[in-house]
Ligand binder design. Structure first.
Ligand code: AP5
Ligand code: MG
Length: 216
């Protein structure tokens, strides 16, 4: 089973992809996390991505596709993939479908986490990321209790620069402008699953699981 989860910033993509990967034995790939990692290492790709990510804009398609292409051919053919935040444009979708064809894979379903703007702001202002292992928490909904990787006592938790309110509002607008054609594309090919992302983490996950179970 190969899936993609899309949705605006703070929709809960990373939260749900982590669970799905674990429960369905899939390998997860987040283009956003890969950019953040490259930015931290100051790699050539990270330096280019940096200015787009910090402004809340989309990274150009050729850079995103290049990043995915480099990673995707390292995957094990027998193991399914779940993308987090990719594809985000119809150009990226066409690239993914062509690459999957070459690999003998197929994209079974695209899950759209539909969330309201108010919920996005509330979630992102409380999000905290561990600077050591990249694990994500939320001060209210997913508070740090102990480190899942047993590496620290929570002293590395911080707020991302891109979770500042001005960046969030740009990103939500950029996302809404671009997402319609992408959703239409997957709707026309019968692969779009829309889930109400405003609900609790557990309820959203239950909705996703029941929708993707036929593809197992
Ligand atoms: P990316 O990492 O994809 O970030 P994003 O879309 O900005 O989304 P986030 O990671 O901020 O949110 P999320 O949906 O994963 O939510 P999370 O689970 O963390 O991209 C970053 C940047 O990279 C982009 O802005 C762009 O510049 C670039 N980029 C990436 N991919 C690209 C592409 N394909 N093309 C072009 N550019 C690209 O949840 C948020 C918080 O809410 C957490 O604290 C969580 O605990 C909490 N939470 C989650 N779900 C719930 C719930 N149901 N109820 C309550 N709290 C919840
Ligand atoms: Mg994320």
């Amino acid at each position: 089973m190969n899936l993609s989860i899309v949705g605006t910033k703070g929709a809960g993509k990373g939260t749900q992809v982590g669970r799905l990967a674990n429960d369905f034995n899939l390998v997860g790939f987040s283009t956003g996390d890969a950019f953040r990692h490259g930015m931290k290492l100051r790699s050539p790709m990270g330096l280019v991505a940096d200015k787009y990510v910090q402004r809340g804009e989309l990274v150009p398609d050729d850079i995103v596709n290049g990043l995915v292409e480099e990673w995707i051919w390292t995957t094990t053919p027998s193991k399914g993939i779940v993308f987090d935040g990719f594809p985000r444009t119809t150009f990226q979708a066409a690239f993914l479908e062509e690459t999957f064809r070459e690999m003998g894979r197929k994209l079974d379903a695209v899950i759209y986490l539909d969330v309201s703007d108010e919920v996005v702001v509330e979630r992102l202002s409380g999000r905290r990321i561990c600077n050591l292992c990249r694990e994500e928490f939320h001060v209210v909904y997913a508070p740090f209790k102990n480190c899942p990787k047993q590496k620290c006592d929570g002293q590395w938790l911080r707020r991302l620069d891109e979770d500042q309110p001005s960046v969030i509002s740009t990103l939500v607008k950029v996302f809404q402008r671009g997402i319609e054609p992408l959703l239409q594309h997957f709707e026309q090919t019968g692969r779009l699953i829309t889930v109400n992302g405003d609900k609790s983490i557990e309820e959203v996950y239950a909705g996703i699981v029941s929708a993707v179970t036929p593809y197992r």
